[in-house]
Design a protein around this ligand. Structure first.
Ligand SMILES: [Zn+2]
Ligand SMILES: [Zn+2]
Length: 266
């Protein structure tokens, strides 16, 4: 038995794979092709043999954003999609994040809002949600009503906006409003699946805090109140890269946010 990866069938033909570091990626199996959404970061291992236990279809990889815990195994795939706004990430940051591996993000195909990837009996529609990174995207599997969110709105615990790859909060706020509208226009009942599935059990606010429309509304209220000064975060010891000051941590309802005081307004 492989103790490195925990595989869960989310729905018929949809699998979540979480590695021992808590990085989650997804396999969406269509009639003609299968999509892998993100890769996790499992140094010393390949993820392809595991994926091939669940599908034999031609594969494409879609990256929700360019953080190492989502792209590390992209070199195991021939066809890779990523939003090219990720090219804005500072090279120094990308190098620090990857350490032992250099990946060529320029070999990816661009994916933008409105792009629909047809897998056969299943489609994936993309929406750009700039914030956690400039080119973060979410993907809607219409037929089963699943929304793969990467790190765009966290996974039930802190939303990380403190890394230098994040946009200021005043640019994140309109993204969140756009996401809420987009979800509601598509029926408002999607099951949201984040890039760190176990974190829905890690929330400091409640023992089980899965992503939901309610979570998203709380996050919108939280960012709004930080922007207008009604909520001011407390210094936190969350992970930072290349930053001189500690991040702040703020919460409202079910939502928790890490951010830098210097990147509230652009
Ligand atoms: Zn991330
Ligand atoms: Zn992540």
């Amino acid at each position: 038995m492989d103790t490195e990866f925990a595989v869960l069938m989310v729905a018929q033909g949809i699998y979540s794979v979480t590695n021992s570091s808590g990085h989650t990626f997804y396999i969406v199996d269509g009639d003609e092709r299968a999509a892998v959404i993100d890769t996790g970061c499992t140094p010393g291992r390949r993820i392809m043999p595991l994926i091939r236990q669940y599908t034999q279809k031609p594969l494409l990889l879609i990256l929700t954003h360019a953080h190492s815990d989502h792209i590390y195994h992209m070199d195991e795939f021939d066809e890779v999609y990523m939003n090219h706004r990720e090219f804005e990430l500072p090279d120094s940051f990308l190098r620090l994040m990857m350490e032992d591996k250099q990946l060529n993000l320029r070999q990816t195909k661009d994916i933008r809002t409105g792009a629909v990837i047809d897998l056969g009996n299943r489609t994936l529609e993309a929406l750009e949600v700039p914030g956690h990174t400039p080119g973060s995207i979410v993907l809607w599997e219409k037929e089963g009503d699943h929304l793969f969110t990467g790190d765009a709105v966290g996974s039930g615990n802190d939303v990380w906006m403190q890394w230098p790859s994040a946009l200021p909060l005043d640019r994140y706020y309109p993204s969140l409003l756009k996401l809420l509208r987009w979800i509601v226009e598509r029926g408002g009942r999607m099951r949201l699946l984040g890039g760190h599935a176990r974190q829905c059990f890690d929330s400091p606010l409640m023992p089980y805090n899965p992503l939901s429309l309610g979570w998203l509304c709380d996050l919108i209220d939280l960012v709004d109140q930080v922007l207008c000064g009604k909520i001011i975060g407390q210094p936190s010891d969350a992970d930072i890269i290349l930053e001189p000051e500690p991040p702040l941590r703020a919460s409202y309802g079910r939502a928790v946010l890490q951010y830098m005081p210097s990147r509230v307004r652009s």
